[in-house]
Design a protein around this ligand. Sequence first.
Ligand code: LLP
Length: 468
Amino acid sequence: MPHRRRRRPRPSRRRPATPSRPPPGPDERRRAAGGCSSAPPGGRARRRVGAERGGGFELRDGELYAEGVPLATIAERYGTPCYVYSRAALEGAWRSLDAALAGVPHLLCYAMKANANLAVLDVFARLGSGFDIVSGGELARVVAAGGDPGRTVFSGVGKSAAEMRQALDAGILCFNVESAAELERLDAVARERGRVAPVSFRVNPDVDPKTHPYISTGLKESKFGIAYGDALPLYRRARAMPGIAIRGIDIHIGSQITDLAPYREAARKVLDLVDRLAGEGIRLEHVDLGGGLGIRYRDETPLPVDEYAAMLRGLFEGRAEKLVLEPGRWLVADAGVLLTRVEYLKPGPAKHFAIVDAAMNDLLRPALYDAWHGVDPVRPRAGPGSRWEIVGPVCESADFLAHDRVLDLEPGDLLAIRTAGAYAMAMSSNYNARPRAAEVMVDGDRAHLVRRRETASELHAAESTLAR
Ligand code: LLP
């Protein structure tokens, strides 16, 4: 199935601005406070909502569905807050990237840090995906989900000796080594285990990906990768190490990239190194260009996947090395929503707060990066609405999910926080002793509970009080 994103006409660069409205008047306040609503019942017309972000969620007969299941049914059955994923959207995204690269020998290694739920991994493993991991815990998840360690690359600057042993025993495809010190440790661990570790060096190409500074990784000031100028000498050293087998080279310059130029510049720099290595008789099997493909949360213009693929095709035409990619966000972000219920409406003198049952512990991105996520009512009303701050119950002023959204709300309403398939549940915590949200995957007309809600007592089950 082609990804929905590809069927849509290319959107304009900017969304129409949110209508500027004065603060709510008394009528609006009454309605906002749960008073009588003049909203007409939901229309019968079938209309796409959030179509520009798309992927498995649409308005049907006046209510939001995940594939064939009303989100309201999921909320009733499993409670809120709850993450809901669309299997079709996950598969559609993976297949469209894979298809765009047809003709270029490649391996997609899903960067599972974006969403490591076993059901999500299972969906990708069944498609033949590889995985990009950054910890022993993630490797254990790949194995538990039926993924192939032989298609798994291990990224990250701080691999422990125990993680190296675990990955060697599992038979991973490659360690993406990020420093000389890590190389030495890996050589020692592999020899002690009687194995040879397959490695790639993550090179820092010193290219600005023009994205949020927290998710920019390819500049020389960054902790990631081996300085460009140090790469050749390190390959030469590695060649002589008995515990090391040189397999590839990799880069990852950042995340949420919407510009082709930094990708091209970084890829050219890395391919230049590959050729210089070949000149010294060090032939690589693969070139891993990392992840980072951006998506639309609000008004970004993502790179069309075909343009990205065309660039890669141009660069890899006639080359012997296999292309490896580590996409995370692009595969999963649009395929998930965070379903939450309005607990209270609290109109105020300066701002009006809609207090919902999801919080910054469930979705950290707004608090951490000031990230914007769409907020759609599950059963939209036709009223003009008011401006709301969408906030959670956590005792922090940073506990907001969205600012200044014009919505016609009543207590008890369900909201879908959009584009929440990536770096959402994966970054959640138990702050304020809040059990983490349930996760549901919809597959056609069926909803599967793929992670049940934690219970409060589970949260402290591993702790103990002082002996008395
Ligand atoms: N490969 C490596 C080595 C990475 O560090 C990352 C992401 C990826 C691949 C996947 O990048 P993607 O395709 O998802 O852009 N928490 C942040 C994003 C952090 C990304 C970290 N590294 C957010 O919520 O925006």
